[in-house]
Design a protein around this ligand. Sequence first.
Ligand SMILES: [Zn+2]
Length: 230
Amino acid sequence: MSQVKRLFLLQETDIAIDECRERMTGIRRELAADPLAAESAALERQKAKLEGLRHEQGEEAAAAEDLTERIKHHEQQLYSGRITNPKELAALQKDIELLKGHRAPHEERELELLETMEGLEAAIDEAEIALQRAREKLARRRQELEQTMTGEQQRLGELEGRRAGLVADIDPVAVAQYDRLKAQKGRAVARVEQGICRACGIAVTVAWLHRARAGETAGCPSCGRIMYLE
Ligand SMILES: [Zn+2]
């Protein structure tokens, strides 16, 4: 195998290594992301809202209960027979009506809250089921990614081994030239087809082609990349 052919294979290997690393970076990024963060946060907000409503409902219930106790107390007095003064009895009756009037809005508000809470609880249940399903799906996806990652790591190891083998068989001066061109131009070796450099599109002279055919590491006269003729 000619040195140029080895350099070309080195380039193919480097491209494959870069692609492999890119895929691994993509996998790492996907594994690090939490695509369900927004849904989880929304569910937590709903739960917090429910907690707030439950607290408010408790307060309304306590207020209504307190008034009920006072009404009971007044009614006991009213029907105890101990009070006989009609004026006092009328005043008690009036107080009872007043207390009932105060209690009504608390009871109404409590009912309203209970209804809202019922709807919210159903929504939370539904969201929890959906989130659980999404979490299971995500876990499966992550498992797949871990497997793909293992495969990529293996492939990278193989490619790096192949690269080391190729480099060992190439003149260090040529490797240095390859590295320099790669750093400058991205790709160091250019395929030459039908007398044309595929990297820059220039027609290469016959004399140059002869050098390249002889297996020399001749640079393209235009772009300087190492010419590779199959
Ligand atoms: Zn060129």
